[in-house]
Design a protein around this ligand. Structure first.
Ligand SMILES: [Zn+2]
Length: 578
């Protein structure tokens, strides 16, 4: 399918609805805004070391780096939050580590600010980091940087070594260990003359840096938990469908949609085509698509089966799925760069993303060894085809990216990781760089190939950010949810609906409920009930004319599978419901 022009009417309205109940100002660090002092953890009993301002003078030049506050807070979320203290109190603690290994351990503390709900919440957190042997005692602390980036407020990280200057290599190692990726480095603004001159960190060897050397807006690679495929098992499916917003009617609509898709499989070779000329249809259904790729059509047709838990090894569609997978595998071309599903199409990377997604999901769900290597090789081709400079994907390998093609590749990479396949982390880093390049409104909206926001690309961008690890409380995400909520489901743009529904499902809460009630009932009411088209959907817009009724039906079914197709990303809420 070609989405190069996207919807003509989906330009996002300016502004959008600000997130409710969220103060977007940087957290105030005055003591008066502090939440009530919680009970301090026992770890603070060991708080005998000096504050950063009193660090021993022999300490050599610290390296000052800037990282997104959300990222730092994310680390804290995973680490043990041991205290909430006034922001001015920068404290270090003794490492809770076996004696004798202290010299090889990292001592770290972190001062965190976070904007949560309608009050400013300052979190001072302390955690222990490992550093490679030989680096020696080193401290890392973070303070509110007083600046905003596209990703939101920033924290300033100060990295100091007791005995020597940190080399770029040591810095890299330490930061890798700490799981903090740095937005940028810069000298401190309020440079204290008594302190060593902060050294601006070098970014490292351009050939093999932290993978982020050109990144101006670093995103966390720490993923929210959840997002897995376990909800597709029959038991879980039923529980989730009826417990998380689906209904008996929506489940029936899914089954009717799958029956229609199965009826349009080519009985001879197991494939599907967007033109609906295969199988028993023979043109009885209106609205055939124009896209010629049968790999894309077959992958698009298989996804909703997998989404409902039907694999080639389980369920009433075993045969349908098995024959579809065989067809798909035969469309792949073995190359030195991996398994290529482009079929020489001018927009072949759509098919690549879709086919890879299918193989990875089928492998993740069944662990069928016959699928492992093809899935891994298809992932390899996606890695190869990335625009190494901009970080995105487009119609052909190496083309400067667009958000829709990039979205499918990132979904495939995510599924590969769920399946336990290898994915090059630097590909993820570069992909975030692409998203930065099309982001506007501080990351709450996304364009197609530039920053001009559109609704469908905004939904894709936000979903990709969620998978990339954006915290739920991240202000741009909160704002983006506000946009989707104010726009609501589209009566025609199934592509936007598909992504926005997933974003809101992961988000949860009242925004999700409002969206889902409207989206679910609209789709149920729009499903064809008569004749050969019974069980299918069609919504006329320019995307739909390319993919036709097979595409719109597959997307509609997957929207109605949203309750169990992927587990919610934010299962464990650290911060209160916004
Ligand atoms: Zn038909």
């Amino acid at each position: 399918m070609s989405h190069q022009s996207d919807s003509r009417d989906d330009r996002a309205p300016g502004g959008g609805t600000p997130p409710r109940g969220v103060d977007e100002r940087p957290a105030d660090t005055t003591a008066s805004t502090q939440p009530q002092q919680p009970t301090l953890s026992v770890h603070l009993d060991q708080t005998s070391q000096p504050a950063p301002a009193e660090l021993p003078t022999e300490r050599k030049r610290p390296i000052v780096l800037r990282a997104p506050l959300a990222k730092v807070a994310r680390v804290v979320e995973e680490a043990q939050v041991v205290a909430m203290l006034p922001a001015e109190v920068a404290t270090t603690i003794k490492p809770r580590l076996p004696r004798g290994r202290d010299r090889y351990r990292f001592l770290a503390s972190c001062l965190i600010s976070a904007v949560v709900h309608s009050v400013a919440l300052i979190v001072l957190s302390l955690w222990i980091l490992n550093v490679p042997q030989g680096l020696g005692p080193t401290s890392l602390f973070a303070t509110w940087a007083g600046q905003e980036s596209l990703e939101g407020p920033e924290a300033e990280l100060v990295l100091q070594a007791e005995s020597h200057e940190l080399t770029p290599k040591e810095t890299e190692l330490a930061l890798q260990q700490s799981r903090i990726n740095v937005l940028e480095s810069s000298p401190t603004e309020d440079d204290n003359s008594d302190e060593p001159t902060p050294q601006v960190a070098e970014v490292g060897d351009p050939a093999r840096p932290w993978g982020i050397q050109e990144t101006t807006l670093m995103q966390t690679m720490e993923r929210p938990t959840g997002g897995g495929l376990e909800g597709r098992s029959p038991d879980m499916r039923q529980k989730l469908a009826l417990g998380d917003g689906g209904t008996a009617e929506s489940e029936e609509a899914v089954e009717r949609g799958l029956r229609w898709i199965a009826a349009h499989q080519d009985p001879k070779d197991g494939g599907w085509s967007f033109d609906l000329k295969r199988g028993t249809c023979k043109g009885q259904c209106k609205n055939p698509g124009t896209e010629p790729s049968t790999a894309a059509a077959t992958a698009m047709a298989l996804l909703p089966f997998l989404g409902a838990g039907y694999t080639h090894r389980e369920g009433i569609y075993e045969d349908t799925v098995r024959r579809g997978l065989y067809y798909l595998l035969r469309r792949g071309r073995v190359t030195e760069n991996g398994l290529d599903f482009q079929e020489a199409m001018k927009n072949g990377m759509y098919a690549q993303g879709l086919a890879t997604l299918v193989l990875c999901e089928a492998y993740a769900m069944t662990k069928d060894p016959a699928l492992k290597d093809p899935a891994q090789q298809a992932i390899r081709f996606i890695e190869y085809a990335q625009d190494k400079k901009g970080g995105g994907w487009r119609y052909r390998p190496g083309d400067p990216g667009d958000t829709t093609v990039t979205g499918w590749q990132l979904m495939a990479l995510k599924s590969a990781e769920l399946a336990g396949l290898k994915v090059d982390r630097s590909v993820h880093y570069a992909a975030q760089r692409f998203l930065d390049s099309v982001a506007s409104d501080e990351g709450s909206q996304y364009g197609y190939q530039d920053k001009t926001p559109r609704r469908s690309t905004t939904a894709i961008g936000l979903l990709c950010r969620m998978y990339a690890g954006w915290m739920r409380a991240n202000p741009p995400l909160v704002r983006g949810i506000g946009h989707l909520g104010s726009w609501g489901p589209s009566p025609t743009d199934i592509y936007y609906n598909y992504y926005a529904t997933q974003v809101l499902r992961h988000w949860g809460g009242s925004d999700w409920k409002r969206w889902n009630d409207a989206m679910r009932d609209f789709l149920i009411s729009m499903q064809e009930t008569k004749g050969h088209e019974s069980g299918s959907w069609y919504f006329d817009d320019e995307h739909s004319r390319v993919g036709g009724r097979l595409y719109t039906t597959a997307m509609a079914v997957m929207i109605l599978e949203v309750y169990y197709r992927y587990m919610p990303l934010y299962g464990k809420q650290v911060f209160p419901e916004l």
